[in-house]
Write a protein that binds this ligand. Structure first.
Ligand SMILES: C[S@@+](CC[C@H](N)C(=O)[O-])C[C@H]1O[C@@H](n2cnc3c(N)ncnc32)[C@H](O)[C@@H]1O
Length: 215
């Protein structure tokens, strides 16, 4: 379990995806986020002094749940400040990362951040997810985007038999999964590395469940 900034940075530096370029880009992201967060509430202000733990490592931990060679393309729903999507794009410059965000000021921030960091592998869909054209993806991530049933209803059309879903769900992960009805899936909850009480829902979606059973 990572509990402070130093531990988070040490853990990040040991990742196979870690490079000096990625480190520089993450530092640029964080400094721009600190400035922009004074203009709009991208992340809770109280989390800024633990940004490596609460946002960077919290995002990067998703990489360990999907094989490196089967993670392209990746879509991040409700990208907001860019977590986890921008962190994934920085650590995996070899894959195509799609960010979906509907709020104008956040879309503007994402565009500015991508340009400022110098990322060539990000596509920003500045629209409601409901309006984004369907395309198959290998990974769907979404942090703090929507309750699980709505999240799946909105995004199942991007999922194939091979798509891995990575859904950081905080403390509600196990309950949300237990209460999920209407879908056949191979989801389970992984312990979050950054919060002892939080979980990440991980797995694949099979399809609609017409049997009426839960979970
Ligand atoms: C609570 S924020 C989380 C942002 C980011 N994932 C994070 O964890 O820091 C949820 C984001 O989803 C966006 N959002 C909500 N509904 C959406 C929709 N239907 N389509 C696209 N974006 C949406 C909101 O504008 C907001 O930026």
């Amino acid at each position: 379990m990572l509990t402070d900034e130093q531990a988070a940075r040490t853990w990040l530096a040991a990742l196979p995806e870690w490079t000096p370029v990625a480190e520089g880009r993450l530092e640029r992201l964080i400094s721009a986020l600190n400035v922009e967060n004074q203009q709009q509430n991208l992340v809770a202000a109280a989390t800024l002094d633990r940004v490596w733990l609460r946002h960077v490592a919290d995002s990067a931990q998703l990489l360990s749940h999907v094989p490196r060679e089967t993670s392209n393309p990746w879509i991040d729903l409700g990208a907001g400040a860019g977590f986890p999507g921008l962190v994934i794009a920085i650590l995996r410059p070899d894959i195509s990362v799609h960010l979906v965000e509907s709020r104008g000021r956040r879309i503007a921030w994402l565009n500015t951040a991508v340009e400022h960091i110098g990322l060539a592998n990000v596509t920003i869909h500045g629209a409601r997810l409901e309006q984004v054209e369907t395309f198959p993806v290998r990974v769907i991530s979404a942090r703090a985007f929507a309750p699980l049933p709505r999240l799946i209803d909105l995004s199942a059309r991007f999922s194939t038999a091979d798509t891995v879903w990575l859904l950081p769900k905080g403390r509600s992960a196990a309950h949300e999964l237990q209460d999920l009805a209407g879908w056949k899936h191979l989801f389970h909850v992984e312990q979050s590395l950054t919060d002892p009480e939080a979980g990440v829902i991980v797995g694949t979606l099979i399809g609609p469940d017409r049997s009426g059973k839960k979970g």
